[in-house]
Design a binder for this molecule. Structure first.
Ligand SMILES: Cc1ncc(COP(=O)(O)O)c(C=O)c1O
Length: 292
């Protein structure tokens, strides 16, 4: 089913599947737009921490197990955003186990699934035994095809739920963006969609940023195009750090307030649109702004 972008697809799935008071398990941090859509659908987000380390983020598997209650309806997994966390095979197995054991849906946000670094490969949750029948995948042209404003996404899921998702979609967006559909079809069918080259560029930027910011409380991203800097380890709140970086170094960051519970200690740096030339020297600017 075609959607008016990935997030519209996610909202339609949530509206079709979540009843008021249902609990929805999400990672912490997670994109604020997903949290807000769960709330719009009447759901209650239940946060499972991503644990930071110098090697990257890890899903707290014990918290995932403990997070399930009789009210839990679904797990939402959205790799890449905002942390750069990419689930390992073992993490996906744990998610699959929890979904199967507790008869939960898995809503999989695949918008960034191919934006992977260091040779990582896509692992699709529906490929695990007994998961195909409980996984709804929402894809988007926005990120991998760099077509954010075109408002095209897609929803793939088991027949039993797609009828409801379709009814919500008609009640919500009516029809999709006609002029965009052939454009996205061309990207989908292109021999070279340009993603490989884009990933090489983003990976270079990521590596440069990690070198520039070495020694600061940064968690390296394994995919996606953003990563977090822990303000609390610098003795600041996230809004304070954002203000400092903006006023003293002209660097725009997002405070992660509203992106989870523990997430609120962090600010997000995005490198999707920053040429290397603009990133060179950013480490010095950040240190100067912080008086380090
Ligand atoms: C986590 C996440 N998933 C999916 C999307 C894709 O949404 P859309 O196609 O509506 O831009 C976005 C875009 O911001 C996003 O941040």
């Amino acid at each position: 089913m075609i959607a008016a972008g990935g997030m519209s697809g996610i909202l339609n799935c949530l509206l079709a599947m979540v009843e008021p008071g249902d609990e929805v398990i999400v990672t912490d941090p997670i994109y604020a737009g997903i949290i807000n859509r769960i709330l719009l659908a009447g759901g209650i987000p239940k946060y499972v921490p991503l644990i930071p380390s110098t090697n990257g983020w890890q899903l707290d598997l014990q918290a995932l197990k403990n997070g399930v209650s009789p009210q839990t309806k679904m797990v939402v997994i959205s790799p890449g955003m905002p942390t750069g966390h990419i689930l390992t095979q073992a993490e996906w197995e744990a998610v699959a186990h929890v979904c199967i054991e507790n008869d939960l849906w898995l809503l999989y946000d695949a918008a960034m699934e191919r934006i992977l670094y260091d040779g990582r490969q896509v692992i699709h949750p529906a490929s695990f035994p007994q998961m195909r029948e409980r996984t709804i995948t929402v894809g988007a042209a926005s990120k991998e095809f760099r077509m954010i404003g075109w408002r095209i996404g897609w929803i793939v899921g088991p027949k039993e739920i797609m009828n409801d998702v379709g009814l919500v979609s008609i009640a919500n967006v009516v029809c999709q963006v006609g002029i965009s559909m052939p454009g996205v079809a061309a990207a989908l069918n292109a021999e070279d969609d340009g993603l490989k080259a884009a990933i090489e560029t983003w990976e270079e930027r990521r590596n440069l940023l990690l070198r520039e910011l070495q020694g600061l409380p940064v968690i390296p991203p394994h995919g996606g195009w953003s990563f977090l800097l822990d303000a609390s380890q610098l003795g600041l709140t996230a809004p304070e750090l954002t203000t400092k970086l903006f006023q003293h170094a002209k660097i725009a960051t997002t405070p992660m307030v509203g992106w989870g519970e523990r997430a609120a200690n962090n600010v997000r740096l995005v490198f999707s649109n920053e040429p290397k030339e603009r990133l060179i020297g950013i480490g010095g600017k950040v240190r100067k702004a912080l008086g380090l």
